[in-house]
Each structure stands twice: as C-alpha cells, then as structure tokens.
Design a protein around this ligand. Structure first.
Ligand code: SF4
Length: 339
C-alpha cells in the first residue's frame, strides 16, 4: 500500500501532511500525487493517481471503500508489518490521505492473522488518531496462506467468502467490495535477480528491462552454495500449495513445474526439460486468471536466464553444481506426453 508514501509527498510530517491534504482541492491533491510519479507497490506499478481518479469517477455519490492491504503474503517479506510496527502513525495518516482523495466511506486495514505486533501497532495508531482520521478504519484479518492477499480474493474474504480470485474486469475501482468502487493497494511477488544484475535500480521500468518485476520490492540475498534449481523448486512447491486452484494453467502449471524441477535436481532431468519449462511458463503467463499465476513463471525465467549452468549441470551431468541437492524423487512424475 503506497499510503505510507503519501505523507512524504506532502511535506514530510504525517500529521501536517494530512492537514495539508485536507486543505487542498481534491484534484490538486491528486495532481501532486501524479507529479510525484507514485505507482502502486503491488507489482504492476499502476500509476496511483489514475487509480484514485478511477475510483472517484465510479463513485457517483454512493459508498466507496479503501482496502489497505498489509497482508504480506510473500514468504520472508514482512514489509507492511515492518512499516506498521515501526511507524504505524505514518501509515495510518497515509491511509487517511488516500481515503480523503477518493471520498471513502469506510476503510479496511487488511492484515495477516499472524501479524500480531503489526495489528497491535495499527490499533494503537488508529486509537490515538481516531478524532482526526475523518473516516472509520477497521482492521480486518485474512485467512492465512498466500491467496488471502490477492486483490480479488481479499475482497471475497471481506464479504465472508472463501479466498478465491475472480476474473477481471470489472476491476475493483469499478466494482469492488459489495459491488462498490474500491481502492485496493498492495500485492506481492517474488523477484529473483542474479548477482550480475545487482546494479539494477529498484525501479519498475529498470526491473522490467532486466526481465523481472518489482513485486513487493523485496530483495532477497541467496547464500553462496545454494543450488538455484533447488531454490526454484522450493518456491514453486510453495506456489503449488498456495494457489486457489480455480484456473487450470496455474493449478496444474505450478504442480508440473515443481515436479520437473524436483526431478531435475534428483538426477532425472532431460534435455527437453528446459523447453518444457519455458512452454509451461508461457501458458501460465498467458492464461492464468490472476497475477499469482501470471507472475509465478518469473522464478523460472530469471533462474534459467541468470543461472543456466546450474540447470545444465543438473540435467547433463546428473550432479548438483553446489553439491547441495539431495534427490527426493526416484522416478519422474509424468501425466502427459512431454516434448
Ligand atoms: S492464477 Fe492461480 S491463484 Fe490466480 S485464480 Fe488461477 S489458480 Fe487461483
């Protein structure tokens, strides 16, 4: 949720920023945000000012919701929790500014059920600032698991339904929570950069040129001696477990990719596996229903591009280049004809 950034756009101190935001005409406020170049931190990098305008356009006098997604579904990426715990007041003021910009009638701060410290910090900040927020902010807890943080799945959770993604359009800015215009800011995705890309700026466009994406802006250092094929298999196993299983490309694709990667590091790889992984990745990117499946293959793309020798040595020489892998499969898992 870029809400925590909003106070900085408006002269630093959170409290002063909220007062200044309220003193401006709404379009003037949105123009300031637009000039700043602020983009959503959910991975797609959508210009935040455009999101604000879209919600306002669709409001037409009825209820408007803001969902501040602090769910932190990515493993090892407690970004929202850290922000809330360390500077809850700043985040709550940022939420309040965004709520003011769209004319929100209700705000939900959506958190992971295990984020106990962050929840306490948020409750404290909301309690201390209740008089000045101008809109009710309710803390809502997701169900746990990765999918609970996906944009459309979290709206389902807030409507007391199961955390499953739905097809878009309509986007939440037009029909979100309770079919009313809703601003949802968040989402996370893993991006793996090889060491040769460490000079890449942490910026939406630069990362796209480098062949990856911002995700939740998490940068993960992988220790020397880690087998990258094994690492990719572990990440895909997590995705295979956490997807909501609605659409076939993601549900089957994550399982198939996991099985091939596990076979590869168990010494059962074939030369055709690289092309097969590439094709599975392309299907997932093209036909998955939500960002979960669409962005999952970036794990494959980046590891195969940056660490081709790790794959080659596993497949052709039947050994782990790092001496780290222990075989976990004695035969390949195959349910269909592979190329
Ligand atoms: S891409 Fe994955 S997580 Fe998203 S709807 Fe399809 S199965 Fe569910």
């Amino acid at each position: 949720m870029p809400a925590s950034t909003a106070p900085r756009l408006l002269d630093g101190q959170a409290r002063g920023a909220l007062q200044r935001a309220r003193s401006l005409a709404i379009e003037e406020l949105i123009e300031i945000i637009e000039r700043s170049g602020l983009r959503g931190r959910g991975g797609a990098g959508y210009p935040f000012a455009e999101k604000l305008r879209a919600v306002r356009r669709n409001a037409q006098g009825g209820d408007v919701y803001l969902v501040a997604n602090g769910y932190d579904a990515d493993p090892g990426s407690p970004l929202a929790r850290t922000l809330l715990t360390r500077n809850g007041a700043n985040v709550v003021h940022g939420i309040s500014i965004a709520a003011h910009a769209i004319g929100a009638t209700q705000v939900y701060l959506y958190l992971h059920p295990e984020a106990i410290e962050a929840r306490a910090a948020a409750e404290r900040a909301i309690g201390e600032m209740a008089a000045e927020l101008g809109v009710p902010i309710e803390i809502a807890l997701g169900p746990g698991g990765f999918m609970g943080g996906e944009e459309s799945a979290l709206l389902a959770v807030l409507e007391s339904r199961r955390a499953m993604a739905r097809q878009r359009p309509p986007y939440p800015a037009a029909q979100g929570l309770r079919l009313r215009p809703t601003l949802v800011s968040s989402v996370e995705t893993l991006g793996i950069l090889g060491t040769s890309r460490l000079d890449t700026r942490l910026d939406f466009d630069d990362l796209r040129v480098a062949g990856t994406h911002m995700g939740s802006a998490q940068v993960r250092a992988i220790a020397a001696g880690t087998c990258i094929v094994n690492e990719a298999a572990t990440l895909f196993a997590y995705l295979a477990k956490e997807n909501c299983a609605i659409c076939v490309p993601c549900r089957v694709g994550t399982k198939r990719v996991t099985a091939i990667l596990e076979s590869t590091y168990s010494g059962l790889g074939r030369d055709s596996d690289i092309a097969w992984l590439d094709e599975l990745g392309t299907h997932m990117e093209r036909f998955s229903l939500c960002g979960f499946g669409i962005t999952a293959p970036s794990i494959l793309r980046t590891t195969m591009r940056e660490f081709p020798d790790d794959y080659r040595i596993h497949i052709q020489e039947k050994r782990c280049p790092e001496g780290a892998c222990k075989p976990i499969r004695s035969r390949r898992y195959e349910t269909m004809v592979q190329p």
